[in-house]
Design a protein around this ligand. Structure first.
Ligand code: HOZ
Length: 429
Protein backbone atom coordinates (compact mmCIF):
# COMPACT_ATOMS: atom_id res chain seq x y z
CA UNK A 1 0.00 0.00 0.00
CA UNK A 2 1.38 3.38 -1.06
CA UNK A 3 1.44 5.84 1.86
CA UNK A 4 4.00 8.45 0.80
CA UNK A 5 1.61 11.40 0.50
CA UNK A 6 -0.23 10.73 3.78
CA UNK A 7 3.08 10.37 5.56
CA UNK A 8 4.42 13.59 4.15
CA UNK A 9 1.20 15.46 5.08
CA UNK A 10 1.38 13.96 8.54
CA UNK A 11 4.98 15.01 9.05
CA UNK A 12 4.14 18.57 8.04
CA UNK A 13 1.08 18.52 10.32
CA UNK A 14 3.08 17.35 13.32
CA UNK A 15 5.08 20.55 13.19
CA UNK A 16 1.95 22.66 13.35
CA UNK A 17 -0.70 20.66 15.20
CA UNK A 18 -0.35 18.63 18.40
CA UNK A 19 0.10 15.02 17.29
CA UNK A 20 -0.52 16.17 13.73
CA UNK A 21 -4.29 16.08 14.19
CA UNK A 22 -7.26 18.07 15.39
CA UNK A 23 -8.79 15.29 17.48
CA UNK A 24 -6.59 12.78 19.31
CA UNK A 25 -7.86 9.34 18.26
CA UNK A 26 -7.30 10.21 14.61
CA UNK A 27 -3.55 10.14 15.20
CA UNK A 28 -3.83 6.30 15.28
CA UNK A 29 -1.06 6.15 17.88
CA UNK A 30 -2.46 3.22 19.84
CA UNK A 31 -2.55 1.01 16.76
CA UNK A 32 0.94 1.84 15.60
CA UNK A 33 0.30 3.50 12.26
CA UNK A 34 0.32 7.06 11.02
CA UNK A 35 -3.02 8.54 9.99
CA UNK A 36 -4.29 8.35 6.44
CA UNK A 37 -5.21 11.75 5.08
CA UNK A 38 -8.62 11.46 3.49
CA UNK A 39 -9.32 13.25 0.25
CA UNK A 40 -12.87 12.27 -0.55
CA UNK A 41 -15.73 9.98 0.31
CA UNK A 42 -18.54 8.53 -1.73
CA UNK A 43 -21.21 6.17 -0.40
CA UNK A 44 -19.49 3.63 1.82
CA UNK A 45 -15.98 4.27 0.53
CA UNK A 46 -13.28 6.80 1.31
CA UNK A 47 -10.10 7.58 -0.60
CA UNK A 48 -6.82 8.79 0.87
CA UNK A 49 -4.22 11.18 -0.50
CA UNK A 50 -2.27 8.29 -2.03
CA UNK A 51 -5.34 7.08 -3.89
CA UNK A 52 -5.99 4.08 -1.61
CA UNK A 53 -9.65 3.12 -1.36
CA UNK A 54 -11.24 1.85 1.86
CA UNK A 55 -14.60 0.55 2.98
CA UNK A 56 -15.32 3.05 5.73
CA UNK A 57 -16.74 1.80 9.02
CA UNK A 58 -15.97 5.02 10.88
CA UNK A 59 -18.48 7.14 8.98
CA UNK A 60 -16.97 10.26 10.56
CA UNK A 61 -17.60 8.63 13.97
CA UNK A 62 -21.31 8.39 13.35
CA UNK A 63 -22.83 11.28 11.39
CA UNK A 64 -22.72 9.62 7.96
CA UNK A 65 -25.61 7.24 8.47
CA UNK A 66 -26.62 7.75 4.84
CA UNK A 67 -23.05 7.32 3.59
CA UNK A 68 -20.64 9.92 2.26
CA UNK A 69 -21.84 12.73 0.01
CA UNK A 70 -25.45 11.58 -0.05
CA UNK A 71 -27.09 13.40 -3.01
CA UNK A 72 -30.02 14.76 -0.98
CA UNK A 73 -27.75 16.16 1.71
CA UNK A 74 -25.30 17.64 -0.77
CA UNK A 75 -28.15 19.28 -2.66
CA UNK A 76 -29.61 20.78 0.51
CA UNK A 77 -26.23 22.17 1.56
CA UNK A 78 -25.48 23.52 -1.91
CA UNK A 79 -28.82 25.32 -2.00
CA UNK A 80 -28.36 26.76 1.47
CA UNK A 81 -24.88 28.07 0.70
CA UNK A 82 -26.24 30.26 -2.07
CA UNK A 83 -28.29 32.25 0.45
CA UNK A 84 -25.39 33.15 2.73
CA UNK A 85 -23.40 31.26 5.32
CA UNK A 86 -24.43 32.75 8.64
CA UNK A 87 -26.67 35.51 9.95
CA UNK A 88 -26.46 35.35 13.71
CA UNK A 89 -30.22 35.86 13.67
CA UNK A 90 -33.12 33.39 13.72
CA UNK A 91 -33.96 31.64 10.46
CA UNK A 92 -36.76 29.28 9.52
CA UNK A 93 -34.52 26.23 9.16
CA UNK A 94 -33.84 26.32 12.91
CA UNK A 95 -37.53 25.98 13.54
CA UNK A 96 -37.83 23.21 10.96
CA UNK A 97 -35.06 21.13 12.50
CA UNK A 98 -36.40 21.73 16.03
CA UNK A 99 -39.81 20.49 14.86
CA UNK A 100 -38.22 17.41 13.29
CA UNK A 101 -36.21 16.70 16.43
CA UNK A 102 -39.30 17.05 18.58
CA UNK A 103 -41.25 14.76 16.26
CA UNK A 104 -38.59 12.04 16.48
CA UNK A 105 -37.73 12.52 20.16
CA UNK A 106 -40.90 13.66 21.96
CA UNK A 107 -38.97 13.93 25.25
CA UNK A 108 -37.30 16.96 23.67
CA UNK A 109 -40.37 19.14 24.16
CA UNK A 110 -38.20 22.22 23.69
CA UNK A 111 -34.88 22.33 21.89
CA UNK A 112 -31.77 24.53 21.88
CA UNK A 113 -29.37 24.17 18.95
CA UNK A 114 -25.62 24.38 19.46
CA UNK A 115 -22.63 23.48 17.31
CA UNK A 116 -21.31 20.21 18.76
CA UNK A 117 -22.12 17.31 21.03
CA UNK A 118 -19.63 18.60 23.60
CA UNK A 119 -21.45 21.92 23.73
CA UNK A 120 -24.85 20.23 24.00
CA UNK A 121 -23.79 18.11 26.96
CA UNK A 122 -21.91 20.89 28.73
CA UNK A 123 -25.02 23.07 28.47
CA UNK A 124 -27.37 20.30 29.62
CA UNK A 125 -25.27 19.81 32.76
CA UNK A 126 -25.35 23.53 33.53
CA UNK A 127 -29.10 23.52 32.98
CA UNK A 128 -29.62 20.52 35.25
CA UNK A 129 -27.71 22.31 37.99
CA UNK A 130 -29.56 25.58 37.43
CA UNK A 131 -32.95 23.88 37.43
CA UNK A 132 -32.45 21.69 40.49
CA UNK A 133 -30.29 24.08 42.48
CA UNK A 134 -27.96 21.16 43.18
CA UNK A 135 -24.29 20.81 42.27
CA UNK A 136 -23.43 17.14 41.98
CA UNK A 137 -23.75 14.92 38.96
CA UNK A 138 -23.23 11.21 38.46
CA UNK A 139 -21.45 9.93 35.39
CA UNK A 140 -20.18 6.47 34.53
CA UNK A 141 -16.60 5.35 34.24
CA UNK A 142 -15.69 4.91 30.57
CA UNK A 143 -18.62 6.97 29.30
CA UNK A 144 -17.49 9.93 27.23
CA UNK A 145 -19.57 13.09 27.05
CA UNK A 146 -17.28 15.41 25.14
CA UNK A 147 -14.44 17.46 26.53
CA UNK A 148 -15.99 19.95 28.92
CA UNK A 149 -14.04 20.11 32.17
CA UNK A 150 -16.42 18.53 34.66
CA UNK A 151 -16.96 15.52 32.38
CA UNK A 152 -13.33 14.80 31.59
CA UNK A 153 -13.04 12.57 34.59
CA UNK A 154 -12.71 8.79 34.28
CA UNK A 155 -13.91 9.31 30.76
CA UNK A 156 -13.87 7.23 27.58
CA UNK A 157 -13.03 7.46 23.87
CA UNK A 158 -9.79 9.30 23.11
CA UNK A 159 -9.09 9.87 26.79
CA UNK A 160 -8.84 6.11 27.29
CA UNK A 161 -7.00 5.58 24.04
CA UNK A 162 -4.36 8.14 24.94
CA UNK A 163 -4.16 6.98 28.55
CA UNK A 164 -5.56 10.11 30.22
CA UNK A 165 -9.15 9.31 31.27
CA UNK A 166 -8.86 12.18 33.75
CA UNK A 167 -7.33 15.02 31.78
CA UNK A 168 -4.53 17.24 32.99
CA UNK A 169 -5.63 20.86 33.20
CA UNK A 170 -8.92 19.94 34.85
CA UNK A 171 -8.81 21.19 38.43
CA UNK A 172 -10.03 19.37 41.51
CA UNK A 173 -12.53 22.18 41.85
CA UNK A 174 -13.98 21.40 38.45
CA UNK A 175 -14.52 17.71 39.18
CA UNK A 176 -15.29 17.79 42.87
CA UNK A 177 -19.00 17.51 42.03
CA UNK A 178 -18.58 14.76 39.43
CA UNK A 179 -19.34 11.42 41.05
CA UNK A 180 -18.36 8.24 39.27
CA UNK A 181 -20.49 5.09 39.12
CA UNK A 182 -20.08 1.87 37.14
CA UNK A 183 -22.15 1.34 34.00
CA UNK A 184 -24.58 -1.59 34.38
CA UNK A 185 -24.01 -1.63 38.14
CA UNK A 186 -27.12 -0.31 39.96
CA UNK A 187 -25.51 -0.74 43.37
CA UNK A 188 -22.77 1.75 42.55
CA UNK A 189 -25.45 4.32 41.68
CA UNK A 190 -27.54 3.61 44.77
CA UNK A 191 -24.49 4.04 46.99
CA UNK A 192 -23.84 7.49 45.57
CA UNK A 193 -27.45 8.57 46.04
CA UNK A 194 -27.33 7.44 49.67
CA UNK A 195 -24.04 9.22 50.39
CA UNK A 196 -25.12 12.41 48.62
CA UNK A 197 -28.77 12.71 49.62
CA UNK A 198 -30.60 15.66 48.00
CA UNK A 199 -27.39 16.86 46.37
CA UNK A 200 -27.47 15.16 42.98
CA UNK A 201 -28.65 17.37 40.14
CA UNK A 202 -28.49 14.72 37.44
CA UNK A 203 -27.34 11.35 36.26
CA UNK A 204 -25.84 11.55 32.79
CA UNK A 205 -25.45 8.38 30.77
CA UNK A 206 -24.73 7.22 27.26
CA UNK A 207 -27.77 4.92 27.16
CA UNK A 208 -25.69 2.56 25.07
CA UNK A 209 -22.08 3.11 26.06
CA UNK A 210 -20.23 3.62 22.78
CA UNK A 211 -16.99 5.24 23.87
CA UNK A 212 -15.46 2.28 25.73
CA UNK A 213 -15.99 0.06 22.77
CA UNK A 214 -19.68 -0.77 22.72
CA UNK A 215 -21.44 -1.89 25.90
CA UNK A 216 -25.20 -2.45 25.95
CA UNK A 217 -27.38 -1.72 28.97
CA UNK A 218 -28.34 -4.89 30.81
CA UNK A 219 -31.07 -5.97 33.22
CA UNK A 220 -33.20 -2.85 32.76
CA UNK A 221 -30.32 -0.64 33.83
CA UNK A 222 -31.80 2.41 32.08
CA UNK A 223 -35.21 1.87 33.69
CA UNK A 224 -33.45 1.64 37.01
CA UNK A 225 -31.78 5.00 36.34
CA UNK A 226 -35.14 6.53 35.43
CA UNK A 227 -36.64 5.33 38.67
CA UNK A 228 -33.85 6.31 41.02
CA UNK A 229 -33.53 9.81 39.55
CA UNK A 230 -37.30 10.33 39.78
CA UNK A 231 -37.38 9.13 43.35
CA UNK A 232 -34.60 11.52 44.34
CA UNK A 233 -35.66 14.68 42.55
CA UNK A 234 -32.69 14.41 40.16
CA UNK A 235 -32.75 14.72 36.39
CA UNK A 236 -31.91 11.91 33.99
CA UNK A 237 -29.86 13.03 31.00
CA UNK A 238 -29.49 10.72 28.01
CA UNK A 239 -26.41 11.60 26.01
CA UNK A 240 -27.62 10.46 22.61
CA UNK A 241 -24.84 12.04 20.58
CA UNK A 242 -24.09 8.59 19.17
CA UNK A 243 -27.38 6.72 19.63
CA UNK A 244 -29.64 9.56 18.45
CA UNK A 245 -31.29 8.68 15.09
CA UNK A 246 -28.88 5.71 15.00
CA UNK A 247 -30.46 2.83 16.91
CA UNK A 248 -33.98 4.09 16.10
CA UNK A 249 -35.41 7.30 14.74
CA UNK A 250 -36.10 8.31 18.30
CA UNK A 251 -32.75 6.97 19.52
CA UNK A 252 -32.45 5.15 22.82
CA UNK A 253 -35.53 6.94 24.22
CA UNK A 254 -37.62 5.15 21.63
CA UNK A 255 -35.65 1.90 21.59
CA UNK A 256 -35.85 1.38 25.35
CA UNK A 257 -39.14 3.22 25.91
CA UNK A 258 -37.75 5.74 28.40
CA UNK A 259 -38.46 9.45 28.73
CA UNK A 260 -35.43 11.20 30.22
CA UNK A 261 -35.65 14.77 31.47
CA UNK A 262 -33.00 16.02 29.07
CA UNK A 263 -31.52 14.58 25.88
CA UNK A 264 -28.39 15.67 24.04
CA UNK A 265 -27.76 15.15 20.35
CA UNK A 266 -24.84 15.59 17.96
CA UNK A 267 -23.41 13.77 14.94
CA UNK A 268 -26.41 12.59 12.81
CA UNK A 269 -28.50 15.63 13.78
CA UNK A 270 -26.04 17.69 11.71
CA UNK A 271 -25.89 15.26 8.77
CA UNK A 272 -22.12 15.73 8.56
CA UNK A 273 -22.05 19.40 9.52
CA UNK A 274 -21.36 20.78 13.01
CA UNK A 275 -24.66 20.71 14.90
CA UNK A 276 -25.53 19.70 18.43
CA UNK A 277 -28.78 20.04 20.32
CA UNK A 278 -30.13 19.64 23.80
CA UNK A 279 -33.70 19.57 24.88
CA UNK A 280 -36.21 18.20 27.30
CA UNK A 281 -39.18 19.03 29.46
CA UNK A 282 -40.67 22.49 28.87
CA UNK A 283 -40.42 23.39 32.50
CA UNK A 284 -36.68 22.67 32.51
CA UNK A 285 -35.89 24.22 29.13
CA UNK A 286 -37.67 27.44 30.11
CA UNK A 287 -34.79 27.98 32.52
CA UNK A 288 -32.45 28.54 29.54
CA UNK A 289 -31.64 32.17 28.75
CA UNK A 290 -33.35 34.38 27.64
CA UNK A 291 -36.53 32.78 29.09
CA UNK A 292 -34.60 31.83 32.21
CA UNK A 293 -31.33 32.54 33.95
CA UNK A 294 -29.16 29.62 32.82
CA UNK A 295 -26.94 31.29 30.28
CA UNK A 296 -25.82 29.66 27.04
CA UNK A 297 -25.20 31.21 23.60
CA UNK A 298 -23.40 30.72 20.28
CA UNK A 299 -22.68 32.81 17.19
CA UNK A 300 -23.00 29.83 14.87
CA UNK A 301 -25.83 28.10 16.76
CA UNK A 302 -28.55 27.11 14.30
CA UNK A 303 -26.28 27.90 11.37
CA UNK A 304 -28.35 27.82 8.15
CA UNK A 305 -25.95 25.59 6.17
CA UNK A 306 -25.46 23.10 8.99
CA UNK A 307 -29.16 22.89 9.72
CA UNK A 308 -29.83 22.29 6.02
CA UNK A 309 -27.66 19.16 6.16
CA UNK A 310 -29.35 18.02 9.36
CA UNK A 311 -32.84 18.59 8.00
CA UNK A 312 -32.11 16.67 4.79
CA UNK A 313 -30.68 13.75 6.77
CA UNK A 314 -33.48 13.57 9.32
CA UNK A 315 -36.14 13.91 6.63
CA UNK A 316 -34.60 11.02 4.74
CA UNK A 317 -34.68 8.91 7.90
CA UNK A 318 -38.29 9.86 8.64
CA UNK A 319 -39.46 9.21 5.07
CA UNK A 320 -37.82 5.79 4.98
CA UNK A 321 -37.98 4.88 8.66
CA UNK A 322 -39.06 1.23 8.41
CA UNK A 323 -36.64 0.33 5.64
CA UNK A 324 -33.76 2.31 7.08
CA UNK A 325 -33.63 0.67 10.49
CA UNK A 326 -34.44 -2.82 9.19
CA UNK A 327 -31.70 -2.48 6.61
CA UNK A 328 -29.13 -1.18 9.10
CA UNK A 329 -30.00 -4.03 11.42
CA UNK A 330 -29.66 -6.60 8.64
CA UNK A 331 -26.19 -5.33 7.80
CA UNK A 332 -25.15 -5.22 11.44
CA UNK A 333 -26.47 -8.73 11.95
CA UNK A 334 -24.45 -10.02 8.99
CA UNK A 335 -21.20 -8.61 10.37
CA UNK A 336 -21.96 -9.73 13.92
CA UNK A 337 -22.66 -13.29 12.78
CA UNK A 338 -19.56 -13.25 10.62
CA UNK A 339 -17.40 -12.17 13.54
CA UNK A 340 -18.84 -14.80 15.85
CA UNK A 341 -18.58 -17.54 13.29
CA UNK A 342 -15.06 -16.67 12.19
CA UNK A 343 -13.42 -15.55 15.44
CA UNK A 344 -15.37 -17.89 17.70
CA UNK A 345 -14.89 -17.68 21.43
CA UNK A 346 -11.59 -15.79 21.07
CA UNK A 347 -13.57 -12.56 21.05
CA UNK A 348 -16.67 -10.90 22.50
CA UNK A 349 -19.00 -9.11 20.12
CA UNK A 350 -21.50 -6.44 21.14
CA UNK A 351 -24.02 -4.98 18.73
CA UNK A 352 -27.14 -2.89 18.58
CA UNK A 353 -28.44 -2.21 15.06
CA UNK A 354 -25.65 -0.61 13.08
CA UNK A 355 -23.28 -0.14 16.03
CA UNK A 356 -20.88 -3.03 16.43
CA UNK A 357 -17.75 -3.79 18.40
CA UNK A 358 -15.40 -6.74 18.64
CA UNK A 359 -13.37 -7.04 21.83
CA UNK A 360 -10.34 -9.26 21.90
CA UNK A 361 -11.47 -10.84 25.11
CA UNK A 362 -13.34 -14.03 25.87
CA UNK A 363 -16.51 -14.37 27.89
CA UNK A 364 -18.49 -11.23 27.07
CA UNK A 365 -18.22 -7.55 27.88
CA UNK A 366 -20.86 -5.90 30.04
CA UNK A 367 -18.99 -3.18 31.87
CA UNK A 368 -15.82 -1.16 32.10
CA UNK A 369 -13.94 -3.81 34.06
CA UNK A 370 -14.49 -6.24 31.16
CA UNK A 371 -13.43 -3.67 28.59
CA UNK A 372 -10.16 -3.21 30.44
CA UNK A 373 -9.35 -6.89 29.95
CA UNK A 374 -9.38 -6.70 26.17
CA UNK A 375 -6.10 -7.52 24.40
CA UNK A 376 -5.08 -4.15 22.99
CA UNK A 377 -2.02 -5.52 21.20
CA UNK A 378 -4.13 -7.99 19.30
CA UNK A 379 -6.62 -5.25 18.49
CA UNK A 380 -3.76 -3.23 16.99
CA UNK A 381 -2.69 -6.19 14.84
CA UNK A 382 -6.31 -6.61 13.72
CA UNK A 383 -6.64 -2.91 12.93
CA UNK A 384 -3.48 -2.87 10.80
CA UNK A 385 -4.47 -6.05 8.98
CA UNK A 386 -7.90 -4.68 8.10
CA UNK A 387 -6.43 -1.36 6.98
CA UNK A 388 -3.85 -3.10 4.77
CA UNK A 389 -6.75 -4.93 3.16
CA UNK A 390 -8.78 -1.80 2.49
CA UNK A 391 -11.02 -1.71 5.56
CA UNK A 392 -11.07 1.48 7.57
CA UNK A 393 -11.97 0.94 11.23
CA UNK A 394 -11.84 3.25 14.22
CA UNK A 395 -8.21 3.11 15.37
CA UNK A 396 -8.95 2.17 18.97
CA UNK A 397 -10.50 -0.67 20.94
CA UNK A 398 -12.43 1.99 22.83
CA UNK A 399 -14.50 3.05 19.84
CA UNK A 400 -17.28 1.43 17.89
CA UNK A 401 -17.92 0.43 14.29
CA UNK A 402 -20.53 2.38 12.35
CA UNK A 403 -22.45 0.85 9.47
CA UNK A 404 -24.26 3.11 7.02
CA UNK A 405 -27.09 2.65 4.57
CA UNK A 406 -24.54 2.98 1.81
CA UNK A 407 -22.67 -0.20 2.72
CA UNK A 408 -23.41 -2.76 0.04
CA UNK A 409 -23.68 -6.52 0.34
CA UNK A 410 -20.46 -6.66 -1.65
CA UNK A 411 -18.75 -4.47 0.99
CA UNK A 412 -19.99 -6.76 3.73
CA UNK A 413 -18.93 -9.97 1.94
CA UNK A 414 -15.52 -8.49 1.28
CA UNK A 415 -15.19 -7.49 4.94
CA UNK A 416 -16.13 -11.00 5.99
CA UNK A 417 -13.47 -12.39 3.67
CA UNK A 418 -10.78 -10.20 5.22
CA UNK A 419 -11.88 -11.19 8.72
CA UNK A 420 -11.46 -14.83 7.67
CA UNK A 421 -7.93 -14.21 6.44
CA UNK A 422 -7.08 -12.44 9.69
CA UNK A 423 -8.44 -15.30 11.78
CA UNK A 424 -6.51 -17.89 9.75
CA UNK A 425 -3.31 -15.98 10.28
CA UNK A 426 -3.63 -14.74 13.85
CA UNK A 427 -6.27 -16.64 15.77
CA UNK A 428 -5.16 -20.22 16.18
CA UNK A 429 -8.20 -22.23 17.18
N1 HOZ B 1 -15.09 11.64 19.90
C1 HOZ B 1 -14.89 10.85 18.74
C2 HOZ B 1 -14.77 9.41 19.08
N2 HOZ B 1 -15.78 8.89 19.90
C3 HOZ B 1 -13.65 11.25 17.97
C4 HOZ B 1 -13.95 12.28 17.00
C5 HOZ B 1 -12.86 12.53 15.98
O1 HOZ B 1 -11.71 12.27 16.21
O2 HOZ B 1 -13.21 13.02 14.93
Amino acid sequence: MQTIKSESLYNRSCALMPGGVNSPVRACMSVGVTPKFIEKGSGSHIYDADGNEYIDYVCSWGPNILGHAHPQVIEAVSNAIGYGLTFGAPSEKELTIAELINKCVPAMEMVRLVSSGTEAVMSAIRLARGFTGRDKIIKFQGCYHGHSDCLLYKSGSGTLTTGCPSSAGVTMGQIQDTLIAEYNDPQSVEDLFIKNKDQIAAVIVEPVAANMGLVLPQNNFLHFLREITENNGSLLIFDEVITGFRIALGGACEYYGIRPDLVTLGKIVGGGMPVGAYGGRNEIMQKVSPSGNVYQAGTLSGNPVSTAAGIATIKYLIDNETDVYAELDRKGDFLEKSLLEIFGSAVSVNRIGSLLCVFFKQGGVSGFSDVEKSDLDLFAVYYRFMLEHGIYLAPSQYETMFISLAHTDEDLEYTRGVMKKFAQQYLKK
